[in-house]
Ligand binder design. Structure first.
Ligand code: GTP
Length: 301
């Protein structure tokens, strides 16, 4: 904890339905590839903390899984994580698409925000996709009518537009107090957890349909060689069915090789060192509905 006079800090929970761009917004705000981003909904499974220190103010962002109607125990834990994160934050940022009706899960969350004492802002993301400028105002009016948000603003996480205005707004809510992380930190996640997420991102990118949602990644070994030149990492990819294991490995091991080599490149970028990455695939039947495995993989109860 850094304590000095004049410092301020703020915890902001980023919530919203799957695929609205919460992780993209977090990455754009802190300027690092921290939360994995894919075009598939429900990419983020746990809460991810991103840290940004700007001048005297430290912003701590809590990214969350997309809110949805859960079908598995994993899904239920994901939704619970969102509710807890809203309670933990000083401010809630609820992210919306620029068009479309609210989903049932979104409407429920808006109701919770309205009832909670935590101030909330609505962030309309993907403004680069607006068909005409006036559509932003229409969306602002639609969200204003919900009566839950103190302020509504548009951003494009992809084009990094509107972010300074969002940070200025948040700065106004920051309370005098110490910084909770070193000023050059950008996350509280351990390196191993980020490596596991980078591998999972590749599963989401290369495997089709529902299959990647039934996978979990666990880093079994993370060892930096003494000469400092290389990090040996061993990762196990767990799938729910034997047939899925075959698909992850692919013909002659081709798919696993593609996943591992793309993940290795990202790990090297992130760790700033050469990486020797070994990936293994194992089957754990229906782990998403098994409390023992969920605890083992580190999903919050
Ligand atoms: N055009 C456009 N696309 C965006 C923007 N922000 C995010 N996206 C895309 O939207 C998709 C979802 O982005 P994510 O950041 O993974 O969304 P998320 O809300 O974290 O998703 P979950 O983890 O499923 O809850 C990706 O394909 C992004 O590239 C934006 O500002 N503009």
């Amino acid at each position: 904890m850094t304590s000095s006079t004049g410092t301020k800090s703020l915890f902001a929970a980023i919530v919203g339905r799957p695929n609205v761009g919460k992780s993209s917004l977090l990455n754009a705000l802190i300027g690092e590839k921290l939360a994995i981003v894919t075009s598939k909904p429900q990419t983020t499974r746990t809460r991810i903390t991103g840290v940004l220190t700007r001048g005297q103010t430290q912003f701590v962002f809590l990214d969350t899984p997309g809110i949805h109607q859960p079908r598995t125990k994993l899904g239920k834990r994901m939704v619970k994580t969102v509710e807890e994160t809203v309670d933990d934050g000083d401010v809630t940022l609820m992210v919306f698409e620029p068009y479309g009706e609210l989903t049932e899960a979104e409407a429920d969350l808006v109701r919770e925000i309205r009832a909670s004492r935590t101030p909330a802002f609505a962030v309309i993301n993907k403004t680069d996709c607006l068909k005409k400028d006036a559509d932003l105002q229409t969306r602002v009016q639609f969200l204003e009518a919900l009566g839950a948000f103190q302020k509504i603003l548009g951003v494009s996480a992809a084009k990094r537009e509107g972010l300074d205005a969002l940070l200025d707004l948040l700065e106004g809510c920051a309370a005098p107090g110490p910084h909770y992380f070193p000023d050059d930190a950008y996350t509280d996640l351990p390196e191993k957890a980020i490596v596991a997420e980078l591998v999972r991102e590749k599963l989401l990118l290369y495997l089709r349909d529902e299959l990647p949602h039934g996978t979990a990644v666990s880093v079994e070994r993370f060892h930096e060689r003494e000469d400092g030149g290389l990090i040996d990492i061993e990762v196990t990819i767990f799938c729910e069915k034997k047939s899925h294991k075959g698909m992850v490995i692919g013909k002659g091991g081709a798919m696993l090789k593609k996943i591992a080599s793309a993940a290795r490149a990202d790990c090297e970028d992130f760790l700033g060192q050469r990486v020797n990455l070994q990936c293994w695939v194992k089957v754990k039947d229906d782990w998403r509905d098994n409390d023992f495995y969920l605890n083992n993989f580190g999903f919050r109860q």
